[in-house]
Ligand binder design. Structure first.
Ligand code: CO
Ligand code: CO
Length: 357
């Protein structure tokens, strides 16, 4: 693809960031099958101070420096999900920071990661992306200490984040126990809504709701969860609710049951789902994870689809003793996560690790 031929706006036309993606609707990342195919060829690193590594597919790595200090490392970057550069920067930063929050850590520093065309896009646009990201970093109390830029036909932006954590209080994506409730802190559906947005089919109020959700930091959700006896936690991103829950179920040797009527949904997502606004990543997720999920006959096609929808900067999924779940939800709602809800429960391992009923 030539940037100048395919993507330069005609005179008078405006630049559209989301158009600078090779495949329409591309999530810019490998599907779960591709990733599994790579990891099986790798020898996983081990070290006495590596507390969380690659083996359970957790949100971030954790490395211990002393009995009470470990660092949390994570990186995430992707192609534009919206056209407004400042908003894209905000979303990308909130998404990258989220993996530190999902571990129960506190992010401290960030590095920008930029892939940018050498011609065809104005430099002020990149400055706006960086400003949006810096604003979110500031809100998180994070200092942007540097970054790296590579020339690329496709725009990509993200951050590598370093956080700190008490090595005795790491929230892993495994460890869920029978009798736990599952709490989700944000509504679902950003993948479907962003696909509709790219096809110019999304109402502005629904776009705004999706942006509010994606730019919201998971900081308050993380501090709320740490006040309770959290058994496991992760954030919902590219592999969708089912994909991330499956890592939790498999790694905890339990089955997770989601109640279709309890899943919080972003406004407009059901109608966009009916209109066929599926991101490619959602279909890849569904294909890969379908054998691990029992979907009961009563579950609507839309909810069955949304359960696999790849999320950008999604919420935290938290396994917590059932007796504490309502209090956590109330606290999440008070701290600005108004969509937070109990979405399921953990039962003894059955034939399928995930059930949607
Ligand atoms: Co994550
Ligand atoms: Co991640």
């Amino acid at each position: 693809m030539s940037i100048t031929k395919d993507n330069n706006p005609a005179p008078g036309e405006t630049f559209r960031l989301t158009a600078r993606c090779k495949a329409a609707g591309c999530a810019g990342k490998l599907g779960p099958a591709d990733l599994a195919g790579v990891l099986e060829h790798l020898e996983l690193p081990t070290h006495p101070d590596l507390l969380v590594g690659i083996s359970t597919g957790d949100d971030a790595g954790v490395f211990r420096f002393s009995d009470d200090l470990a660092i949390v490392n994570t990186v995430d970057f992707f192609t534009p999900v919206v056209d407004d550069p400042f908003t894209y920067g905000q979303i990308s930063a909130a998404n990258a920071l989220s993996d530190v929050y999902a571990m129960g850590g506190v992010p401290r520093t960030a590095l920008n990661i930029v892939c940018w065309p050498q011609s065809g896009l104005p430099g002020e646009m990149l400055a706006e992306i960086l400003r949006g990201a810096a604003e979110k970093a500031r809100e998180a109390g994070v200092v942007v200490v540097g970054g790296h830029t590579v020339g690329d036909e496709e725009v990509k932006f993200g951050m590598a984040i370093t956080g700190v954590i008490d090595p005795r209080r790491i929230v892993r994506n495994v460890g869920a126990q029978v009798g736990d409730a599952l709490v989700l802190s944000k509504a679902l559906g950003t993948g479907i809504l962003l696909t509709a947005f790219k096809r110019d089919a999304l109402a502005d109020e629904h776009y705004q709701a999706a942006v509010r959700s994606m730019t919201q930091l998971n900081a308050a959700a993380a501090s709320a969860m740490l006040k309770y006896d959290v058994h496991a936690g992760t954030d919902i991103t590219g592999f969708g609710l089912v994909g991330h829950a499956l890592k939790m179920a498999d790694g905890s040797d339990v089955t997770i049951v989601f109640e279709e009527s309890d899943l919080p949904l972003l406004p407009g997502v059901i109608e966009q789902c009916r209109a066929g606004m599926m991101p490619g990543g959602g279909n890849r997720n569904r294909e890969y994870y379908a054998p691990s999920v029992r979907i009961s006959d009563e579950v609507s096609d839309e909810i069955a689809t949304i359960a696999f929808d790849p999320q950008t900067s999604g919420g935290l999924l938290i396994a917590i003793p059932e007796a504490q779940a309502l209090a956590l939800v109330a606290e999440l709602q008070d701290s600005g996560h108004r969509e937070a809800a109990i979405v399921g429960r953990v039962v003894a391992r059955r034939e399928h690790p995930i059930e949607l009923v």
